[in-house]
Ligand binder design. Structure first.
Ligand code: ZN
Length: 180
């Protein structure tokens, strides 16, 4: 599987008040050459535009809990984030038909998590990527608990490969230049 990585998605603003990822994605959108690589394509996405505009975590419901397979298929769920999750799944691909090989979802947290990698699944690629990142920065930690699976309702579960990155501690609605 890992031999065929062609498309990578970098997502910020799944939570609209977590500015580190939002501003990173904005920077990548302004300077797309930062993401140019010879062996794969990289696209960026600001996941929750209305929540970002209002500097709020979400409008109706936590977007990062809207990606359960049964909820994506449930046409009766019509809140702002429910519809947004369906749109994002359409763009990034459903769990069983991913359009992106790797999804990286950027978050920040008020908890003292440093730079924590939360792999999307227990695929060896994810652990190799996390191990590599620990060699680049001494603050990188890896957490793979019970939620390290595609059964969860998080955006990252749209692909088996990838991770959430949590940085903190940082207050919501604040951009910390060192963490950025
Ligand atoms: Zn978050």
């Amino acid at each position: 599987m890992t031999a065929s990585i062609r498309k990578v998605a970098i997502v910020g603003g799944t939570h609209g008040n977590e500015l580190t990822g939002i501003y990173l994605v904005k920077k990548f959108q302004q300077f797309p050459e930062l993401l140019h690589r010879s062996s794969f394509e990289c696209e960026t996405l600001l996941a929750n535009p209305q929540a970002i505009a209002l500097n709020r975590r979400y409008i109706d419901r936590d977007l990062n809990r809207c990606f359960a397979t049964e909820d994506l298929a449930n046409l009766e769920l019509t809140g702002y984030e429910d519809l947004l999750a369906k749109e994002i799944a359409n763009r990034l691909g459903d769990k069983d038909r991913p359009k992106f090989d790797v999804i990286i979802d950027l978050h920040s947290t008020t908890s003292n998590m440093g730079l924590t990698i939360l792999p999307s699944s227990r695929q060896p690629f994810n652990f190799r990527m996390a191990a590599y990142l620990t060699t680049l920065h001494p603050d990188v930690r890896v957490a793979c608990g019970v939620r390290c699976s595609q059964d969860d309702p998080m955006l990252r579960t749209l692909s088996l490969l990838g991770c959430t990155i949590e940085v903190g501690a940082i207050a919501q609605g604040i951009l910390d230049v060192a963490l950025f």
